[in-house]
Write a protein that binds this ligand. Sequence first.
Ligand code: NAD
Length: 372
Amino acid sequence: MIIGVPKERREPEARVAASPETVGRLVALGQQVWIERGAGAGSLWSDAEYQQKGATLVEAEEIWERADIVLKVQRPTDAEMPLLRHGQVLVGMLDPYPNRAQVAAYAERGVTAFALELLPRTTRAQAMDVLSSQANLAGFRAMLEAMTAYRRVVPMMMTAAGTVTPAKVFVIGAGVAGLQAIATARRMGAVVSATDVRPAAKQEIESLGARFVGYIPEDAATAGGYARPLTAEELERQRQVLADHIRSQDIVVTTAQVPGRPAPRIVTAGMVRSMKPGAVILDMAVESGGNVEGSRPGETVEMDGVTILGPRNLPSRVAPTASQLYAKNLLNFLSLLVPEGANEVHIDTNDELVAATLLTRGGSIVHPNFQS
Ligand SMILES: NC(=O)c1ccc[n+]([C@@H]2O[C@H](COP(=O)([O-])OP(=O)(O)OC[C@H]3O[C@@H](n4cnc5c(N)ncnc54)[C@H](O)[C@@H]3O)[C@@H](O)[C@H]2O)c1
């Protein structure tokens, strides 16, 4: 079988869906791996490194024409969609919820499409969990970017010229990204507090040495471990509880997300304006609607002396590491579809991980969440 890896074409994107290591593993399992020339450059892997591991270097068109399986980081662009072939297997972070028309287009083209964001957060899926591998790195990078934009120093310093007080950092949303942001801020010597709506998150925040601040509504965690959307009244109550705390913070990093929904709007313009000049807010949810009033994707906004950062695609800013982990996630996922030495793709819909991620097959949308 031919497994193809085109260069990513959505901007900004420096990641790639295969590493020399994963290519070597797939070749050892008896598969052919075709890599587009230059696909690894953004992740600091040369064509020669892929070739040494047994990859064939090709142009993108050859991959779309001939590959049985195409591995992607992000969903195909409008220019790539017409290249997808009937029967081709597409695997990547296809971001299906806001892109339902594209899910229908995979079905129309007869593509077998897998969206890896839909993997359940179970122990068995952990080694394939792209959301975790990428959010963890994004949380690290977000905290560094917020601290870089902050024009004072972060740790306490006792010097002969005087004592510098440590920065106060508040993290909103303590999932994978938020917990890494908390850990990073602690390592830098900040005084760290955090909030979430899931009861389990409170203990996780405290186990990292941060203080929990906030309000936990009834039954805010779903069976899948995610937060449910809050009602308008609950969100208002949350804002009231957080407003006083945010006023005194130097750096706020927001990561709150509800799968399949726009991100909850937690920080209002009034809260932003209540902060001291020089304070920094980084909105990690900016691309899914934003947790912060006034944040804009890919832009830095100044509001009464407070800087609001809305970086797009943070994992791409640590692309060599992000690609290393993402490629490994994909390799582990492929073990479900491609048993050793197989010369065709096996799709076992009785496997819960396959069923959870399979969007389209045989010309139809098969995932129940996308059928209407
Ligand atoms: N295999 C595993 O065991 C495994 C691996 C990774 C994650 N998880 C779990 O999956 C779940 C989701 O993690 P994620 O990082 O993908 O989350 P996510 O990206 O969906 O959301 C980020 C955080 O925002 C929080 N949030 C949502 N609405 C909020 C609001 N109004 N105010 C404050 N916070 C709000 C969520 O509770 C979550 O902690 C967590 O329970 C996590 O522990 C399990």
